[in-house]
Design a protein around this ligand. Structure first.
Ligand code: BG6
Length: 458
């Protein structure tokens, strides 16, 4: 635990005036501080190019913390937290500016480092070179945000480059979906229930649906998003990560190996028209662009456990509903009786739901649908005790626990797989379907289903 640290920990954030830092990182750090997990011996160095004083900067982050911190924000706690934050004006595209950072570390006696690169990957190398040349960071742990490069080739290059500067084991590639409570819970549910672990395969499961819909559009992120699209923004990382957790062969095994094996066994797509539907919401910000804001896919995993079980995944912006969930659709017992469905709700509601069949009360032979609901986030205590994804991931990196961070080999496999699909979709001249904002996405996404049971739940 952090509580036993002796030397001072310096948390350096490159990109400290960006949306991610304001919305996620500072509230997460505040939560960790409030929980007593950062103790007194830490320092946050917030790097930016703007000419801010410490006071200017903390005045800005105050409102973000007040809005997004999970734990109670009191004036006293906030001021204590701010005492640990220093804003450092520096231009990290200039090598000489790293001397400023070097001096900062020396003056503040920091010899233990966590460095968060909350910047575009186009700056990763410059930052690494600046740090390497001034030799200003010892024992670093480096957290990288996706995208890890602007192309697969460039990401592979950057990965090697960063490994050589900081050491392979010191790179933490974050996928915040792996910090979400209910994503983690999937493994616990799979492992600890006889009635679930015994049916978790092709003999009982008809299909699996993983859905991540959002009501927001792309707002202030137009240039990033138009380059990226839903496939690279959500599918290559978050959704394939969830898929590997759901599908891994041994939920008690080494997470990386298990995830890697699932990705390795993804069946290459032959007929892309039967495997993927892309969409764009009406009045998308960039006129003439065919960037997808919606993607639905049907994938198969070629191994003994999952042979011929379709995994449907979808994600979309400006949909009717904000919802991330995994639905396990069991096989029908009788053709005229609806199948059992187990739903793991990831957000905004967190919980586990089961739909199954019972005798119609009062009748002798009728069958009625029953729904059992466990809403975990409806319980105040559970909710208050559940760390946010970034909070959990930052704490893990401070503790040197990289088990839930992605390794490059996983990222490379996912990236290659999705790039191939994109290429095929384009070559086949398949359309990017326009859908109404506030709808559930293009209706064509149900064309991927072979049966009624495999259609998306509404
Ligand atoms: C980010 C994507 O990684 O995840 C965003 O870049 C998306 O486009 C976000 O909105 C969703 O995260 P969450 O935690 O709000 O589901």
């Amino acid at each position: 635990m952090i509580g036993v640290q002796v030397s001072k920990i310096g948390i350096t954030i490159f990109g400290s005036t960006g949306d991610l830092t304001y919305r996620k990182l500072m509230p997460a750090l505040y939560n960790l501080f409030s929980r007593g997990l950062l103790k007194d011996n830490f320092d946050i160095c917030a790097i930016g190019r703007r000419d801010y004083s410490n006071k200017d900067y903390t005045d800005i982050i105050r409102s973000w913390i007040e809005k997004f911190a999970r734990l109670e924000v009191t004036e006293e706690k906030l001021l204590e937290f701010f005492d640990h934050i220093n804003y450092l004006k520096m231009d990290f595209t200039k090598e000489e500016d790293f001397e400023v950072l070097n001096n900062y570390y020396k003056n503040n006696d920091i010899d233990n480092h966590l460095v968060y690169l909350a910047v575009s990957p186009t700056f990763f190398e410059e930052i690494a070179v600046g740090i390497e040349k001034t030799n200003c960071i010892k024992n670093p742990k480096i957290i990288l945000e996706k995208p890890f490069g602007d192309s697969l080739e460039n990401a592979a290059y950057l990965s090697k480059r960063l490994d050589s500067v900081f050491g392979k084991d010191n790179i933490y590639r974050i996928d915040h979906y792996l910090g979400k409570e209910m994503v983690r819970n999937i493994l616990t549910i799979r492992t600890n229930n006889h009635m679930i672990s015994n049916v978790w395969d092709k003999s009982s499961i008809d299909s699996i649906h993983i859905s991540a819909l959002e009501t927001v559009g792309i707002d202030g992120r137009v240039s990033y998003y138009d380059e990226t699209g839903a496939l690279m923004d959500m599918v290559t990382n978050h959704l394939l990560q969830i898929l590997t957790i759901v599908a891994m062969d041994d939920p008690l095994g080494n997470i990386h190996e298990q995830q890697y094996n699932v990705l390795k066994d993804l069946r290459p797509v032959e007929d892309v028209s039967k495997s993927m539907i892309l969409g764009q919401y009406e009045n998308y910000e960039v006129v003439g662009s065919d960037t997808e804001t919606y993607a639905a896919l049907k994938l198969f995993i070629d191994n003994d456990r999952w042979e011929d079980v379709p995994f449907f995944i979808r994600t979309g912006k400006k949909c009717d509903n904000r919802e991330v969930e995994v639905a396990i659709n069991f096989k029908r017992k009788f053709s005229d009786i609806d199948p059992d469905v187990l739903i793991i709700k990831v957000q905004p509601t967190e919980g586990v739901y089961l739909e199954f069949n019972i005798k119609t009360p009062g009748e002798e032979s009728g069958v009625t649908r029953a729904k059992m609901e466990f809403c975990q986030s409806c319980d105040d205590i559970f909710r208050q005790n559940t760390p946010e994804a970034y909070e959990r991931m930052i704490l893990a990196s401070l503790e040197g626990d990289d088990s839930w961070f992605s390794k490059w080999d996983q990222i490379e496999l996912s990236w290659k797989f999705i790039e191939e699909l994109k290429r095929k979709y384009k070559e086949a001249n398949l359309p990017v379907y326009i859908y109404k904002a506030g709808s559930s996405g293009p209706k064509e996404s149900n064309n991927l289903a072979d049966t009624e049971d495999q259609r998306w739940r509404t």
